[in-house]
Design a protein around this ligand. Structure first.
Ligand SMILES: Nc1nc2c(c(=O)[nH]1)N[C@@H](CNc1ccc(C(=O)N[C@@H](CCC(=O)N[C@@H](CCC(=O)N[C@@H](CCC(=O)O)C(=O)O)C(=O)O)C(=O)O)cc1)CN2
Ligand SMILES: [Zn+2]
Length: 761
């Protein structure tokens, strides 16, 4: 019987209890040394490797681990370090590494953006300066470590050159081949050293192959992989794609490599395989367990899927694996002691997915009969959930005949809003959250553990709100916020209050750097249960004459940042969320809130990787946003907010949301967004973020003025708002106050200058 190989593409870095995150935070706060950091994170890393070995995964990834981000690791390995950090940092390379990601007082951090269609963020490589050179062989170090410490013959993981270069910036498209030429010898050095160390398998990630490729991209891909094959023919290279089926199937599967990794969960790989076949001399690494969701999969169905693949590819040439790295799901369901068994049994996090992989590999190798018990267990768990009360259909057509248009068009209603709100030119505001200090989190933890009463916790939150209303008044902001202190996270909080969601205790997933989220899980129909934000907003408004913005997370973002049930269409779930939010918005309005912000930071990220699916997604997204927001009075002002993305592709959608005001992150991409507005006219109000909130660095007044002035060359001041890039929850109090003071000072001076302009013109 020929052996069927099982494989994994990447394992969560954060540890079962977020030990990794805690070590990093302590290190940045100066509480532990670099040596401690490296030791503590090594323990986490080895634990992950040990687990994969225990679960009998044949090809265990090494080098998938990182202290911040794997794209940044790749850049630093090749000496791609922006000049501003070369002069700023005199210390160790780890210091430089974290500076690029987090910025320093003298140098703004590199841009951070979404990793394909996920909520993971990578640091954008900047290729404009010095020539790259190989500084270290990270994959080799990790390979040696796994071998020495655990006797694991690991499979080093590299980010492939085509994807790496394409994700970077600082060059024109015509220079792409030149960059490939520059990096190729460095990659070859890495690969050669790996070969010399005895490496048998190497996974080279090229997720960019799942997006639309140009002819030139393919030419370069062929050139790169032909070069690799020439230099190290004896090493098995797996060209790994994920998140969608590949764009140019026949070209990609014919690249010279030992194996091609395809996603059989998203997209239409099976159809492509059936239509075009698969090269006889290669292995097919088949991603058949969903690395993006947390539901146990019907193993019966997945074995059948493998059997259909085996009609085209010989069994011994099939590698069984998840659809992508498991960094997008939590570590293990074992930690979830509070979950009802009906649901828990139907869930599968990283560790459980590895079990599913092992079972499937065995089943394919020895026949379905050999794993009948396991299959029965899996289908049974899914059946039990589907037939339980959790899944009774109560909402058939949630949107019904609800209207999705505001009564008046923007031009007419904005006049009424201006009349009512009486804001100055260039109004200042923030994006919603204010510093979530360790103390806020500690109080919440005490409350959760029952150490303080509901009432005491509520009092504590009220005090924070009061404290910050006073601070905002003092700073002189025009539109205030309550600060979101009661929220652990902007999505999880709503998941706790809406019907149809559950939240986990340890279901953490890395979002960026050490920052993690616990995406809530949508198991059933989503409905409104009780007001979720009214109490805090109304209390904040009662403390001030200024307007307080109500603050909600939008339907698309709640959907994209949750794990969604897979038994009904995502778009139906989206409408359910929208209708629930519509109730909340109506409640806020009834209770005297005049400005309501509905955040949609995940709208762009959810854009399908294949452009033929864009229209449907964007139409449904706009529909859901309007379903949630359209019922308010003309004089109630709807805001929205977006961040961390390229907005060029969705400019029309942004406008179609019909929000009265939008705030968009802008400064980390160093103002590039403004050019989008140059090419398109935007008739509604807008605040382009005037400073980066990811860095502890306090922006100067001058710098803020320069950012605003740059925007005002394109956008009329009568439409413009002044605000930071995003929420301030990750910042410390003192730096936040200093930054906001500089921002309001800048606004005052800018207003004066604008008014003077009006007089002289
Ligand atoms: N879902 C989501 N995605 C997003 C964003 C977002 O805000 N939410 N923003 C963008 C950037 N991503 C971000 C992701 C996470 C965080 C963030 O601040 N995460 C916090 C965790 C937030 C949280 O849930 N905190 C819990 C505390 C959990 C905790 O650590 N508790 C401690 C005890 C308290 C303590 O000592 O801190 C423990 O249990 O040991 C709370 O507030 O209650 C972190 O990693 O530090 C920020 C931005 C894009 N994607
Ligand atoms: Zn944001």
């Amino acid at each position: 019987m020929a052996k069927v190989i099982s494989s994994n593409l990447g394992y969560p870095r954060i540890g079962k209890q977020r030990e990794w995150k805690k070590a990093l935070d302590k290190f940045w706060n100066g509480k532990i040394s670099e040596k401690d950091l490296l030791e503590e994170t090594k323990t986490v890393r080895l634990e992950g490797l040990r687990k994969q070995k225990e679960k009998e995964i044949d090809l265990i990834p090494v080098g998938d681990f990182t202290l911040y981000d794997h794209v940044l690791d790749t850049a630093v390995m090749f000496g791609v370090i922006p000049e501003r950090f070369q002069t700023d940092c005199t210390g160790t390379s780890l210091e430089t590494y974290f500076s690029i990601a987090r910025g320093t007082q003298n140098a703004v951090a590199s841009e951070m953006t979404k990793w394909f269609n996920t909520n993971y963020h990578y640091i954008v490589p900047e290729f404009n300066e010095s020539k790259p050179s190989l500084k270290e062989n990270r994959p080799l170090d990790f390979y040696n470590e796994a071998k020495e410490e655990l006797g694991i013959e690991g499979k080093p993981v590299l980010l492939g050159p085509i994807t790496f270069i394409k994700l970077g910036k600082g060059y024109e498209e015509v220079e792409f081949p030149t960059l490939v030429e520059e990096f190729l010898p460095l990659y070859i050095d890495v690969l050669t050293e790996l070969k010399e160390a005895g490496v048998k398998w190497i996974q080279i990630d090229e997720p960019i192959f799942s997006t639309a490729l140009t002819k030139e991209d393919i030419v370069q891909a062929e050139y790169v992989y032909e070069s690799f094959a020439k230099v190290i023919p004896e090493v098995n290279i797996i060209i790994q794609t994920y998140f969608e089926s590949v764009d140019s199937y026949e070209k990609i599967v014919n690249l010279p490599a030992a194996a091609i990794g395809l996603d059989f969960v998203h997209g239409n790989s099976l159809e492509q395989l059936n239509k075009h076949g698969f090269p006889k001399d290669k292995k097919l690494a088949a991603g058949i367990i969903d690395g993006r969701n947390v539901w146990r999969q019907d193993l019966n169905h997945q074995i059948d899927l493998l059997e259909s693949i085996a009609e085209i590819v010989d069994k011994e040439n099939i590698i069984v694996q998840p659809s992508c790295s498991l960094i997008h799901v939590p570590v293990t369901t074992e930690s979830e002691k509070a979950l009802d068994l009906v649901i828990k049994e139907a869930l599968s996090f990283a560790d459980e997915k590895l079990d599913e992989i092992s079972i499937l590999a065995r089943g394919l190798e020895r026949g379905k009969e050999s794993v009948l018990l396991e299959i029965r267990e899996s289908t049974n768990a899914i059946e039990v959930l589907n037939h339980s009360d959790y899944r009774q259909q109560i909402v058939k057509n949630p949107a019904g005949s609800l209207s999705t248009e505001r009564e008046l068009v923007f031009k007419e209603r904005i006049a009424l809003q201006k009349e009512r709100l009486q804001l100055p030119l260039l109004p200042t505001t923030t994006i919603g959250s204010l510093p979530q200090t360790a103390e806020v989190r500690r109080e919440r933890l005490k409350w959760r553990k029952g150490e303080i009463t509901d009432q005491a916790y509520e009092e504590y939150i009220k005090n924070e709100i009061k404290k910050w209303i006073d601070i905002q008044e003092e700073i002189g902001l025009d539109v205030l916020v309550h600060g979101e202190f009661e929220r652990t996270d902007m999505v999880e909080y709503f998941g706790e209050k809406l019907n149809g969601f559950l939240v986990t205790q340890f279901g953490w997933v890395q979002s960026y750097g050490s920052r993690c989220v616990r995406p809530p899980i949508i198991f059933g129909d989503v409905t409104f249960d009780r007001p979720m934000t009214v109490k805090e907003s109304v209390y904040a408004q009662s403390l001030t004459q200024k307007k307080v913005k109500g603050m909600l997370t939008g339907p698309v973002t709640i959907l994209n940042w949750s794990f969604v049930r897979d038994d009904i269409s995502r778009f139906d779930v989206l409408d359910q969320i929208a209708v629930a939010l519509r109730f909340e918005i109506e409640e806020l309005e009834k209770n005297g809130i005049k400005i309501i912000q509905v955040d949609e930071p995940a709208l762009r990220e959810g854009l399908p990787l294949k452009s033929e699916n864009w229209d449907q997604y964007l139409n449904r997204a706009v529909h859901a946003f309007k379903l949630a927001t359209a019922s308010v009075q003309n004089s109630t002002q709807i805001h929205t907010h977006m961040c961390y993305s390229d907005f060029q592709d969705i400019f029309e959608t942004i406008s179609a949301l019909d929000a009265d005001v939008i705030s968009i992150e802008n400064s980390r991409s160093h103002g590039e967004l403004i050019s989008t507005f140059k090419e398109n006219t935007y008739d509604k109000e807008i605040g382009l973020g005037v400073y980066d909130i990811h860095s502890p660095r306090v922006p100067t007044k001058e710098e803020i003025k320069a950012n605003v002035n740059r925007a005002l060359q394109i956008i009329p001041s009568s439409q413009f708002w002044i605000n930071p890039d995003c929420g301030l929850k990750t910042r410390q109090e003192t730096e936040t106050i200093a930054a906001l003071q500089n921002m309001t000072e800048a606004a005052k001076e800018l207003r004066k200058a604008q008014l003077a302009d009006v007089h002289t013109n």
